[in-house]
Design a protein around this ligand. Structure first.
Ligand code: NOJ
Length: 718
């Protein structure tokens, strides 16, 4: 291969031809290759393209590479397939509320089938950044605040995307992103710098990546942010030291969009050429969109500033991944218009969209058992900007969604009501703007109804990339609408559409019932109707804590204890809290109601001793004491009572979902070993320290009373 051909295999570009009418998802940057695309392919000056879809068009481009380029290296087509393709599943944060990694594996599989049928080989997903600051818009794309839950979902999504064998025509190469720390952006502001301890990096932000690679992911994307002063695009200790040397990762590292060039803006590279040198030497194999590797790698090698061996190794990795994808055996894999037709919008995907949407819904509050609703003999007013709305169903990062047959909330409700005329729909206001006369019309509708559904929340451009918010309140106009409606005095059920945890206030917080519906995708309305009318008993749990106030951010359950925690709300002074707000969640991580009630028996911890190399079983009897069958999500948390470093007040270590009939009981058991108790000490040794541990089996991160067990062993043991 010539040096130019090698640089080509390390350069990817957004497809200039197949952008279509899609909303812009990246800045307009990089070279204009529209006219020169065919020539570029003939010259072998690209690994492939991304975010262009279509089997026939992809086939034509592939033919150029195979028949008209010197080396006949097949192109690789990538795309941001985050939560479905044409058929849209709930946003990843929402789907994580299912606390069911198996479900995420199935939706990822379905997305892979549909996306690969449309000419895609590689998805830039799953997004597995931990999100502990809800101002950060990209919380929507990930699995929330917890590293344990995040790791389960990261691995599941990788398995789903990659399928049985990477070479299968319906497998997508997974790209867990963004490596690493991106979610720790200071102030929750997208692209911002990240400052964190080595311990937090290794205990919280890295575990989902390790889980994803252990599950077989063969690519990753280096992040935009700098971490403790070193931009990730130039972070050799993590990209090469940790990833390749320690973890033995054998896949490819792609830069984020123009992120290599941004090393100049970060102020660590003098110019584009210097940025190229830093990125390739750090371990970034592929440059996305900036064109920098094509422009500068050949001369950097010729002048001895970058060893040829480094470039060769990166090219070898790319070719190996192309080989594993089966592209050398069949360059036209996943480029068959017949399969495209067959596997797009399948009934199976559609029914999975409904199942996953239902499972993602979280019932936060249900005073007086207001829910489920009856299907007849009451007048319902559906009020708010998201009642009839069809533009905000898919949620952020769904550029290939085809929502023409998607089900709005109104449509979903009408489909089940015995008398569709019993539903009156009034917008009241737009997501962020008043509608003249809207408030009066909404109040009149509330007065005429027996019950009000208030459909409030965020439009889909309020979360996602570059959509950080300085606060996480409902827009003022919606809050005003809620206050006016609640004043009418009818029972109110709030239905929230959201890409992050919100700080609920006033009439919304105090409503009798609150349901979190995230962005649920194609089957939004049907899934919400399933839950509201009791055809499906809700079982979702919060993967992010809902705070009492925006100003609490970053806020997460697994914080460390301070020297002055507030344990008694009646004694607020000189304690770790804000002036009018305690250091507590309004609705904690793990919280979510069903239409039944469960009693948790006292956990048993056997002899209360965990031998150094042994295991301990924690058992609890769970009883459905309500009147309906329901699915409970049982959570196991621990806390290290005395350690050489401060430890989180609780850490999730196990989840189990159990469906129990009314009146039924079952014993739930979890096993813990020393490995579950390890953390990074001051010298970055990953150790467990003998001593007492508290353990909870509970329905949320703040519920339950702990039992104690002892990890036996000498404190001096490594
Ligand atoms: C920028 C985003 O940060 C990344 O997640 C995405 O994969 C790329 N753009 C490509 O669209």
């Amino acid at each position: 291969m010539t040096l130019a051909e090698k640089a080509g295999q390390l350069s990817i570009y957004s497809d200039p031809m197949r952008i279509g009418t899609r909303r812009q998802i990246n800045p307009d940057a990089g070279p204009k290759i529209d006219n020169g695309l065919a020539q570029r392919i003939r010259e072998g000056r690209l690994i492939g393209l991304f975010n262009g879809v279509g089997a026939a068009e992809g086939r034509a481009l592939q033919r150029l590479a195979i028949e008209e380029s010197r080396l006949k290296i097949p192109l690789l087509f990538g795309a941001d397939v985050l939560h479905g393709f044409a058929t849209v599943f709930p946003i990843p944060l929402g789907e994580t509320a299912s606390f069911d990694p198996g479900l995420a594996e199935r939706t990822a599989r379905a997305a892979a089938i549909e996306a690969s049928a449309n000419g895609i080989h590689w998805t830039f997903a799953p997004m597995i950044d931990i999100g502990r600051d809800q101002r950060w818009g990209r919380v929507a794309e990930g699995a929330g605040e917890d590293p344990y839950l995040g790791s389960l979902f990261a691995a599941a999504r990788v398995r789903g995307f990659q399928g049985q064998r990477l070479s299968d025509a319906d497998s997508l190469l997974a790209c867990p992103k963004h490596f690493v720390g991106y979610g720790g952006a200071i102030g929750g502001m997208d692209y911002n710098s990240v400052e964190m301890s080595e311990q937090t990096l290794h205990e919280v932000y890295l575990p989902p990546f390790k889980a994803a690679f252990d599950a077989g992911a063969l690519s990753t994307m280096s992040a935009f942010n700098d971490l403790n002063g070193v931009p990730m695009m130039a972070h050799r200790p993590l990209l090469t030291g940790l990833l390749r040397e320690q973890w033995k990762f054998r896949g490819i590292v792609v830069s984020d969009y123009t992120a290599d060039r941004e090393l100049v803006m970060h102020g660590v590279a003098r110019d584009d050429r210097d940025a190229t040198r830093l990125a390739i030497l750090a371990g970034v194999d592929i440059s996305m969109q900036s064109d920098l590797y094509n422009l500068h790698l050949p001369s950097l090698v010729e002048r001895g500033e970058v060893p040829m061996a480094v470039v060769d190794e990166a090219v070898r990795r790319v070719l190996r991944v192309k080989k594993l994808l089966g592209l050398f055996d069949n360059p036209y894999r996943s480029l068959d218009p017949v399969v495209e037709q067959r596997d797009t919008h399948t009934p199976a995907a559609r029914s999975l969209a409904r199942e996953s949407a239902r499972a993602s819904i979280v019932l936060l509050k249900n005073e007086g058992q207001l829910l489920p609703l009856r299907k007849s003999s009451q007048k319902i007013a559906l009020i708010g900007p998201f009642g009839a709305d069809a533009d905000n169903l898919a949620g952020p990062w769904s550029p290939f969604s085809d929502m023409k047959d998607a089900v709005s909330l109104e449509q979903g409700l009408r489909a089940v009501l015995r008398d569709p005329a019993s539903l009156k729909v009034v917008k009241g206001c737009d997501p962020e703007q008043i509608i003249r006369g809207g408030l009066d019309e909404a109040v009149a509708a509330a007065k005429a109804a027996d019950i009000v559904l208030l459909a409030l929340g965020e439009s889909q451009d309020m979360s996602g990339e570059a959509a950080s918010r300085a606060d996480i309140l409902l827009p003022a106009v919606q809050q005003a609408l809620a206050e006016a409606i609640v004043d009418v005095g009818k029972p109110v059920i709030v239905l929230l559409r959201n890409g992050r945890a919100l700080a609920l206030e006033g009439a919304v917080r105090d409503a009798s019932a609150i349901v979190v519906t995230w962005f649920l995708g194609t089957e939004t309305g049907n899934a919400i109707a399933d839950v509201l009318f009791g055809d499906h008993s809700p079982s979702g749990r919060l993967p992010v804590s809902f705070p009492q106030s925006s100003g609490q951010q970053p806020f997460f359950y697994g914080h460390r204890n301070t020297g002055r925690p507030q344990t008694n709300p009646k004694d607020p002074y000189w304690k770790t809290r804000y002036r009018y707000v305690t250091h507590e969640a309004l609705f904690p991580f793990g919280h979510g109601l069903t239409y039944s009630q469960f009693r948790y028996g006292e956990p048993e911890v056997g002899s209360g001793k965990l031998a150094w190399d042994g295991a301990i079983t924690i058992r609890t009897k769970l009883t459905n004491i309500g009147t309906r069958e329901a699915e409970e999500t049982v959570q196991l948390y621990i806390h290290d009572r005395v350690a050489s470093l401060t430890r989180p007040v609780r850490e999730l270590k196990g989840i189990q979902k159990l469906k129990l009939a009314a009146g039924a009981s079952r014993v739930v058991s979890f096993k813990l070993t020393r490995a579950d108790l390890c953390f990074y000490d001051a010298a970055m040794n990953f150790i467990a320290e003998p001593g007492e541990f508290e353990v909870w089996v509970a329905p949320s991160a703040t519920a339950g009373t702990p039992k104690v067990f002892v990890l036996e062993g000498s404190p001096l043991r490594p």
